[in-house]
Design a protein around this ligand. Sequence first.
Ligand code: TRP
Length: 332
Amino acid sequence: MEGKRTIFSGIQPSGELTLGSYLGAIKNWVELSEEYNCYYCIVDMHAITVRQNPAELRKRTLEQLAQYIACGLDPKKNTIFIQSHVSAHAELAWILNCYTMYGELSRMTQFKDKSSRNAENINAGLFTYPALMAADILLYQSDLVPVGDDQKQHVELTRDIAQRFNSVYGEVFKMPEPFIPKVGARIMSLTSPENKMSKSDKDPGGCIYLMQKPEDIMRSFKRAVTDSDRKVKYDPVSKPGVSNLMTIYSVAANKSYDEIEAEFEGKGYGDFKPAVGEAVVELLRPIREEAERLLKDKNYLVSVYKEGAERASRAATRTLRKVCKKVGFVDR
Ligand code: TRP
């Protein structure tokens, strides 16, 4: 671990992981495992900013852990843990709340979106969500934070908070950088390709889930929105649906856009869409099977999250102690 740069990222267990979570995030996390000291978190404390069913949250948290591992994240090489198990996150989040401005939080696009979608529950946690996210990142002195572009604003706010704190107390926090992967960064909905494929999508056909059955995956791809031009050609502006399917096919089958265009030259979407579906079925099959196997081995999953929390806690406590001292709390 010495000398390696540090990465932190997390996904909320607020819904089932999707093909977008895998291609846009977890697949890249796996590739970063060798070169970096990586912390991959299941951010259950962020998830409760929106009302959750407790039994389902618990179940999805364990499923997400099994899926992280099934996607190839090795718990020996990465610190995989559940956010609520490391109390330093809540503690630092409180402190950082006192260094985060009302105006800054009000400008966050995600807050504006989520509060308009959950008008009946605009709670303080939803508002200060970015301060908890800043705590996640800063506790581990992270260098890089792999996120989708929708989270870039939160990482930038994290930098502003770190900067503000450091300018008062000295170099306490390392300045993190957002790290936005080029390929697969934006897997779009199959039914509304102008929107990101999201686990909170209300349209079930737009989203492919990691644990979905092959026949359901095939059905969604056959119904995917395309256009009336009948040409398999990459052009995200005028052909968003087809281009999204090409991105998915390109990552799932490991082919370039040129190769895909040549493969479907003179053929229509009736050949193209099931081919993408099959590539995705084959990509997800081993992940689903491994996750199902792991979910039956509860003791193993418990040992992974306990060990993860211990490792994370050790690193997090180091930063938290420094911060407590700086702000003037008496030593414990
Ligand atoms: N807010 C992120 C999302 O919804 C999840 C998240 C929480 C996160 N803490 C983080 C991502 C820290 C990166 C780093 O996608």
